[in-house]
Design a protein around this ligand. Structure first.
Ligand SMILES: *[C@@H]1O[C@H](CO)[C@@H](O)[C@H](O)[C@H]1NC(C)=O
Ligand SMILES: *[C@@H]1O[C@H](CO)[C@@H](O)[C@H](O)[C@H]1NC(C)=O
Ligand SMILES: *[C@@H]1O[C@H](CO)[C@@H](O)[C@H](O)[C@H]1NC(C)=O
Length: 574
């Protein structure tokens, strides 16, 4: 464990904008601009607003759309995949932890937004989907998808000047596309294999100055990840690779930001180029990165007839003048790095940035005057994943878990739980959840020995997995709500504690963030949330009666963001 020398005071006094005389016109900012799990960003600009979509795998709602006018403050405005009925039955048919909605592309054309994506992991193979809307600020307005058949991931959507539409997929394969019917021209044409890295994918096609550019990710999404580019005079090729590839990577470096790759480029209203791509704040050790793949912003220059030059990804960046800082963006979702402070009542909506693991079972989550009520699932947070014989314990019939992304290196998450279990096994708690196989939990559970506080963690690396701990509820505690706390007190450790009223919190355990880094969730990132289960008691999908907790006073307090292994920026809300 490293000693961290935090430069908090100094950075706090400078604030978000740092200008030196030599770069008076340029701006400085910190990465990641979309902290927390935001993999495979694709972005576009319409007038003065930038829009991005990121990948979400089996979490639901999926394909969040973020909007910003200044490239720094991003508001969650909708999810393209927000109703189970858009793809009936598909979510519950997905058995693996990292299937579902892979990398998407967002584009705008003639007043309409298009999100093209692919859903993996269902019998019958990959389902290609195109969601459309004229109002990306509204969930309801996103269409049911037009489906298409493909066996390669990461679709790009490109319109040529003559109005023809093309889809490029992993490979890189190109096909002409009919947006109304989902028909793709056959056979797919291989246009470029990249520069030799594994998995050439995540392609985006841009047309500039008479050239077709295909910019891709290759090297896999771990520490060899990179962005490379090729160009051709004809969309079908031949494509010539750029001699100075890769144009963006942190591979082979000791940078804190690793896995840099899978990006998209766009211009601002001044005509300056920018891009977003994914990165992981792990350092080359690649051991502690509970937030997974996050979205970072980089400036680019792209002279006429020339290749684009992308600025290397760092925690502190300097580049083109940013648009004037503003949170004047329509929509009712929070900005991505906001704090949470929710008192739920019967009229509360479930906050827009809360997500489930697959489409939830109807009626499992509701708001009442007592708080957010969660009807337990027989499936606990692990259950029996992939089970074909006990599908109701696999997580594929609703998992009673709801969470929000961990968006800061250091934070304090806490929530009151009111819980009166009647049957042994009934449990309610909070968790740092990466997947059903990688999570760290603290809850109240009724055991044969009585009502207890239980810490449990599960990771895919046995050495790292701590023993469970069971502590009886202190004798002087009453029936009043119990407060459950998860505190990231440094970049590598979570502290799990409980308290009641004004009594001093009791630490039940600490756990390494390596438990929720990579493992079975190398594509996803940690969520912080609440769960309820009866741990397999009952039958079918029904738990024994009772044991329904309500969660109240939900707080997520950002503390600081690490931008280097030994450098932290305090959160504005702190
Ligand atoms: C890419 O590699 C495949 C398999 O070796 C080959 O069939 C294809 O022609 C290559 N594509 C290009 C554009 O070179
Ligand atoms: C401003 O930023 C752009 C884009 O990163 C860069 O090319 C240019 O050199 C910078 N100008 C100065 C004066 O630093
Ligand atoms: C979690 O659920 C599985 C499947 O029902 C069960 O085998 C396991 O014992 C449960 N874990 C606990 C701690 O009860």
């Amino acid at each position: 464990m490293k000693l961290l020398s935090l430069n908090l005071g100094l950075l706090a006094s400078i604030g978000a904008q740092i200008c030196t005389a030599a770069e008076a016109d340029n701006s400085s900012y910190y990465n990641p601009v979309l902290p927390g799990w935001h993999s495979d960003p694709s972005c576009t600009r319409v007038d003065d607003t930038f829009y991005c979509v990121t990948s979400t795998f089996i979490s639901f709602p999926g394909l969040p759309i973020y909007a910003s006018k200044d490239l720094i403050n991003w508001r969650l405005i909708s999810h393209a995949w927000n109703r189970g009925a858009q793809l009936p039955g598909v979510s519950w048919d997905t058995d693996e932890q990292q299937q579902g909605m892979y990398a998407a592309t967002i584009r705008h054309r003639d007043g309409e937004f298009f999100v093209i994506c692919e859903y993996l992991g269902v019998p019958g193979g990959i389902i290609g989907v195109v969601f459309r809307t004229t109002d990306p600020f509204s969930d309801e307005s996103w269409s049911d998808p037009v489906r298409f058949a493909t066996d390669r991931i990461d679709p790009d959507l490109f319109w040529d000047d003559d109005g023809k539409v093309y889809v490029a997929t992993q490979g890189i394969l190109l096909q002409e596309f009919d947006l109304e019917t989902g028909q793709l021209s056959q056979p797919p044409v291989s246009i470029w294999n990249g520069t030799g890295g594994v998995w050439p994918e995540g392609a985006h096609i841009y047309k500039r100055d008479g050239w077709y550019y295909v910019m891709i990710a290759e090297g896999g999404t771990a520490t060899d990840h990179a962005i490379t580019i090729a160009r051709a005079k004809d969309i079908w090729g031949p494509y010539d690779p750029y001699e100075n590839n890769p144009i963006l990577t942190n591979r082979g470096t000791d940078q804190y930001f690793q896995t840099v790759g899978h990006g998209d480029l766009f211009t601002d209203t001044y005509g300056n180029w920018w891009g977003l791509c994914l990165a992981t704040r792990s350092g080359p050790e690649y051991k502690h990165y509970p937030m997974g793949r996050e979205a970072v912003l980089f400036p680019a220059t792209w002279q006429e007839g020339e290749w684009p030059i992308l600025q290397p990804v760092r925690g502190e960046m300097s580049g083109w003048p940013l648009p004037i800082e503003t949170r004047d963006v329509p929509g009712d979702g929070p900005f991505n790095d906001d704090a949470d402070a929710y008192e739920f009542n019967a009229d509360s909506a479930i906050p827009k940035h809360f997500v489930y693991w697959r489409v939830p079972r109807e009626g499992s989550f509701s708001t009442t005057d007592a708080g957010l009520e969660i009807v337990p699932s027989r499936n606990n947070l692990t259950g029996i994943p992939f089970s074909k014989t006990h599908i109701e314990l696999s997580g594929q019939r609703g998992l009673s878990f709801i969470g929000r992304r961990q968006t800061h290196t250091l934070f304090h998450f806490s929530v009151d739980v009111l819980f009166s279990p009647e049957e042994v096994g009934q449990e309610a708690g909070v968790t740092v959840f990466l997947t059903q196989l990688n999570h760290i939990d603290i809850g109240l559970v009724l055991l044969d020995s009585g009502l207890s506080l239980r810490f449990r963690a599960t990771g895919t690396n046995e050495d790292e997995t701590p023993e469970p701990k069971i502590v009886p509820v202190p004798e002087d505690w009453t029936d009043a709500p119990v407060r459950l706390h998860i505190h990231a007190e440094n970049s590598e450790t979570y502290r799990l504690a409980v308290s009641q009223g004004c009594k001093k919190p009791i630490t039940i355990a600490t756990a390494s963030s390596a438990l929720v880094s990579g493992g079975s969730g190398s594509f996803v990132g940690s969520l912080l949330g609440a769960y309820a289960t009866c741990n397999g008691a009952g039958s079918g999908v029904q738990c024994p009666d009772g044991g329904v907790p309500t969660f109240q006073r939900w707080r997520y307090r950002p503390i600081a963001q690490f931008i280097a292994e030994d450098e932290a920026v305090p959160a504005e809300d702190d």
